[in-house]
Design a protein around this ligand. Structure first.
Ligand code: F6R
Ligand code: MG
Ligand code: MG
Length: 375
C-alpha cells in the first residue's frame, strides 16, 4: 500500500451496555473489542484499529482494503460487539446488548442497530483525518458544524482565500423520513441547503464531496456522517442514534483548525435526557465524555489521525483536550443550566413528535371523558 492507493476508513459504534446507567463504557468492553480486532489485524482482515469511547458508546475505528459496506468488516464489528455484550451481561451493565437489534448477522450491519460512518479514499501524500464521536444526540447534530466547515466563510477562511477551496463543495443530504436524497452545490445553492438542513431532525448531511476540478476526485467523500435512525429500525425506543462522523482535512480541504472551529460554539442539539430534550453539545476530551448532569449535556469528542502510507492509524490525538475549548465547555454548562430551568416545558423538552418517550397518549386517553367542547 502506498500514496495513491485506496483505503477504507470505517467507524462503527454501538451502545452495548452502560456503566452505570447510560453514562460510560466499562474498560473491560474496550479490552474485549481490542482483543477481537487485534486478531483481525493478525489474520489480515484489517490493517489497523483503535477502540474509543464516548459516553455509553463503544467506537471501533478501523482501516482496511475491503471497501465500504464490506460484509467481512461489518461482520467483524458485529462480532466485537457480541463478544463485548457477553462481558456486559456478566458484569450486569445497564442495557447490555441494547443496540444489537438482531440475533444473527446477515451480511450488512446497516439496519441492525450500530451506527456506521465509512469512506473509501485515495491516500494523499499526507492524509490528516478527524473522527468525531457524539453521545446523547442524533445525526442532525452534525448539520451545523459540517455546514460551517465546508460552506461558511466566517468559519473557514480557506473558502475565501485558498484557491483550492474557492470553488466550494457538494453536499449529499438525506431526507431520513422519506428515504430520499439530494445533492446541493455550495456556494450557489447555500440557501436551499440551509432551508433543508435547518430542519435537522429530518434532513441530515450524509456526505460532502469536492467539485469537479478539485485535487480530490469528485466522487470521493471528504466528510461522512452516520445516519442510522434506531427508532425507525426497531419500531420502538431503544436510545438515540448517537452519531459519528469522519472528516478529511488540509490541502484544499478545511484546515484542522477550521474543522474544529464550529465546536467552539456549543450549539443546541436534540437528545440529552431520555432522548427528548434540547441542550448544548459540549466539546470534550475522551476522558471527559461521561454525561452525568441530567444524563448529559450531549458530548462530542474529536480524535485526530494521520493515516500512514501503509494505512496505519497514527494517533489518536484527543483534539478537544485543549484549554482553547474551556470557554466552549463553560458556555455549555451555562446553557445547560439555563435550559434546565424550563423543566418539562418546550423548547427544553422536545416537541411531541420528536420525543423518544411519551406518556401523552395514555394521559389523553384517561382524560378523554373529562374533555368538554368549547363553544
Ligand atoms: C438518552 C439516554 C438516557 C436514557 C435515560 C432513561 O439517550 O440514553 O437519558 O433515556 O437514562 O433510561 P431508561 O429508560 O433505560 O431508564
Ligand atoms: Mg445507553
Ligand atoms: Mg449513547
Amino acid at each position: 500500500m502506498a500514496v495513491g492507493e485506496k483505503i477504507t476508513l470505517s467507524v462503527i459504534k454501538a451502545d452495548i451496555g452502560g456503566w452505570p446507567g447510560h453514562s460510560r463504557v466499562h474498560p473491560q468492553l474496550v479490552e474485549t473489542a481490542e482483543e477481537v480486532l487485534s486478531k483481525a489485524v493478525e489474520d489480515g482482515t484489517i490493517i489497523d484499529f483503535y477502540v474509543a469511547t464516548c459516553g455509553d458508546d463503544l467506537q471501533l475505528i478501523m482501516t482496511h482494503r475491503k471497501g465500504v459496506d464490506s460484509s467481512e468488516i461489518h461482520g467483524l464489528a458485529w462480532k466485537a460487539f457480541e463478544e463485548a455484550t457477553k462481558v456486559a451481561k456478566e458484569l450486569g451493565l445497564y442495557g447490555a446488548g441494547q443496540d444489537l437489534l438482531k440475533d444473527a448477522f446477515s451480511g450488512n450491519i446497516r439496519g441492525m442497530g450500530p451506527g456506521i460512518a465509512e469512506m473509501e479514499i485515495t491516500l494523499r501524500k499526507s492524509e490528516p483525518v478527524v473522527t468525531f464521536h457524539m453521545d446523547k444526540t442524533e445525526p442532525g447534530a452534525f448539520n451545523l458544524p459540517i455546514f460551517r466547515m465546508f460552506a461558511d466563510p466566517f468559519n473557514t477562511a480557506g473558502l475565501v482565500i485558498d484557491p483550492n477551496m474557492h470553488m466550494g463543495f457538494r453536499f449529499e443530504v438525506w431526507d431520513i423520513k422519506e428515504h430520499k436524497r439530494v445533492i446541493l452545490n455550495t456556494p450557489e445553492e447555500v440557501y436551499d441547503l440551509l432551508a433543508l438542513i435547518g430542519a435537522k431532525s429530518r434532513y441530515v448531511i450524509k456526505r460532502v464531496f469536492p467539485k469537479e476540478g478539485h485535487k480530490i476526485a469528485k466522487d470521493e467523500p471528504v466528510a461522512v456522517v452516520s445516519t442510522e435512525k434506531l427508532f425507525e429500525i426497531a419500531g420502538e425506543y431503544i436510545g438515540k442514534d448517537d452519531p459519528v462522523a469522519i472528516v478529511r482535512a488540509q490541502s484544499g480541504l478545511p484546515a484542522l483548525g477550521e474543522v474544529l472551529e464550529p465546536f467552539a460554539f456549543p450549539h443546541l442539539v436534540s437528545g440529552w435526557m431520555r432522548g427528548s430534550h434540547n441542550g448544548p453539545v459540549m466539546p470534550v476530551a475522551m476522558h471527559q465524555a461521561n454525561p452525568t448532569r441530567f444524563d448529559g449535556p450531549p458530548r462530542v469528542v474529536a480524535l485526530g489521525w494521520q493515516i500512514s502510507p501503509e494505512g496505519k492509524l497514527v494517533g489518536p490525538v484527543d483534539l478537544f483536550d485543549d484549554p482553547a475549548f474551556d470557554g466552549a465547555r463553560q458556555k455549555a454548562v451555562e446553557i445547560a443550566e439555563y435550559m434546565r430551568r424550563h423543566g418539562p416545558f418546550e423548547p427544553h423538552r422536545l416537541p411531541m413528535e420528536d420525543m423518544e418517550y411519551t406518556t401523552l397518549p395514555g394521559v389523553l386517553k384517561r382524560l378523554e371523558e373529562r374533555f368538554e367542547k368549547i363553544e
